[in-house]
Design a protein around this ligand. Structure first.
Ligand code: F3S
Length: 62
């Protein structure tokens, strides 16, 4: 599974990082980044949960 953050939609709520810090990191400005877009199987569940809980729906999974 791959994950991406739409930087135009991200408003820096930080929910993704709170739920799944192994996949999402926050920049100094507080916006989300994904250093490694390919999500290991063991992290898929929490990455999916993060995507579902982003208030801006800025996270896409594929
Ligand atoms: Fe941004 Fe959504 Fe995370 S707004 S910081 S991608 S919870």
């Amino acid at each position: 599974m791959r994950v991406a953050v739409d930087e135009d939609r991200c408003r820096g709520h930080g929910v993704c990082f709170a739920i799944c810090p192994d996949v999402f990191v926050l920049t100094d400005d507080g916006y989300a980044e994904v250093p490694e877009p390919e999500v290991p199987a063991a992290l898929e569940h929490s990455a999916r949960e993060a995507a579902e809980n982003c208030p801006e729906r800025a996270i896409t999974l594929s």
